[in-house]
Unconditional design. Sequence first.
Length: 103
Amino acid sequence: MTNTCGDDSRGCALANASVELIEQTHPGRKVALDTKIEMRRRLRALAKATGARKWEELGDAMMLLIEGGYLTRLNFTCGSGPIQHAGTVARTMLDAYGAKKKS
């Protein structure tokens, strides 16, 4: 697994592949898309497991937070940009959607 805060990190390899492989039928593009679809499915399942209202929406919001984290890392040094607030934002989203806290 790549360290997303390492000096050699270039963000999400799958997103980068999708940008570079412009042919919709390229096999690499399908791998990237299938992996992102699975990531979305898992995030939605996790959101549903919390008992959150609109769990599909919450799962998608969490995916956007993760994807945005990869991109902002390219412009800000690790820990100094918007990503430093990702935990707080995630907790705020969980609260807003009525997710149950673990006891």
